[in-house]
Design a protein around this ligand. Structure first.
Ligand code: ADE
Ligand code: ZN
Length: 320
């Protein structure tokens, strides 16, 4: 059964992986009220990308201590391990860490403890990708890169930018990505999710990235697809997220298979599971049932994800 199929996930936001039950438990522990965050069924309340970001910020704000962040990664990594994941990367948010009142070292330290505790319990291997938030502006994204570069942590192996792609131009983030790249961090940027092919092309032109967060809308421009194939850039595709945000009506219409058959190096991830009704296990099941992916194709997707992972070569060889 697909539950036991080994899985590799490259694109999941750690604050966006906090399920309502954990958010409520940590909020109670810290004496925080959450007005308007949940619907009648206890799910996060949002209706478009902007209100999703608002709910995400409100839920993230309950995490205040290193122990809170330890519980967040421990819960996430043990839960994806139970779905068969053997390796996962999470996007951590330097600015959300600061908003919690913690230093970068305490934020990362708490998150790292949860990853190591989950590895001790389940053998899952985890790494973190420090991100800046695009709509917070180039200065804060650059500051995020500087702190990730200047305060290295062995489990923080990448740098990226997430947030509202409609704001700012990739050229505004050249410094941030140069700083992170020079520090030896792997580079990825969200693009081609809310905006079209021009956004993907600009990210490739300016940011020296080996992976694109989403990048799915490259499918709208055959010449760009050819470029992605020839440059070997890896797409972190998140079909469930794309459907939840209304990019495609359903998984069957998602261009996942078309991109793979065009020769693009594709991977599959959940993005923000409790918001989008996704999970790494569900993504594999959807691909199996709605796009007829078979074992050989899943093996190829996993191999691509391990090859593209921001991880040391010894660990990569173990995972391959
Ligand atoms: N931050 C968290 N989830 C995101 C998404 N799907 N796109 C951009 N930024 C995000
Ligand atoms: Zn994302």
């Amino acid at each position: 059964m697909s539950v036991l199929r080994p899985k590799v996930e490259l694109h999941c936001h750690v604050e966006g992986a906090a399920f309502p039950a954990l958010v409520q438990r940590v909020a109670a522990r810290n004496g925080i009220d959450l007005p308007g965050l949940f619907d009648a069924e206890g799910q996060f309340l949002w209706h478009d990308f902007s209100s999703f970001l608002g709910a995400y910020d409100q839920a993230s704000a309950v995490f205040r201590t290193p122990e809170d962040f330890r519980d967040l990664t421990f819960t996430h990594f043990t839960s994806i391990a139970a779905e068969g994941a053997i390796y996962g990367e999470v996007f951590i948010s330097v600015d959300h860490g600061f908003a919690s009142g913690l230093s970068y070292a305490d934020y990362v330290g708490g998150l790292a403890q949860g990853i190591l505790d989950a590895e001790a319990e389940t053998s899952i291997v985890g790494r973190m990708v420090a991100t800046g938030v695009r709509h917070f502006g180039p200065d804060r994204v650059r500051a995020a890169a500087e702190i990730a570069a200047n305060e290295p942590h062995p489990l923080v192996t990448g740098f990226g930018v997430a947030g509202d792609e409609r704001m700012h131009h990739p050229r505004d983030f050249i410094d941030a990505f140069r700083i992170a790249g020079e520090a030896g961090l792997g580079l990825t940027a969200h693009a081609g999710e809310l905006c079209g092919p021009e956004s993907v092309r600009a990210a490739l032109d300016h940011l020296n990235i080996s992976r694109i967060g989403h990048g799915v809308r490259a499918i709208e421009d055959p010449a760009l697809v050819e470029r992605i194939v020839s440059e070997g850039v890896v797409l972190e595709l998140c079909p469930g997220s794309n459907v939840a945000l209304g990019l495609y009506p359903d998984i069957a219409s998602h261009p996942f298979r078309r991109l793979m058959e065009a020769g693009v190096r594709v991977t599959v991830s959940s993005d923000d599971p409790p918001y989008f009704g996704s999970s790494i296990g569900a993504e594999y099941e959807w691909l199996e049932h709605d796009q007829q992916f078979d074992e050989a194709e899943f093996a190829q997707i996993n191999r691509t994800a391990v090859e593209a992972a921001f991880v040391d070569e010894a660990t990569r060889s173990r995972l391959l």
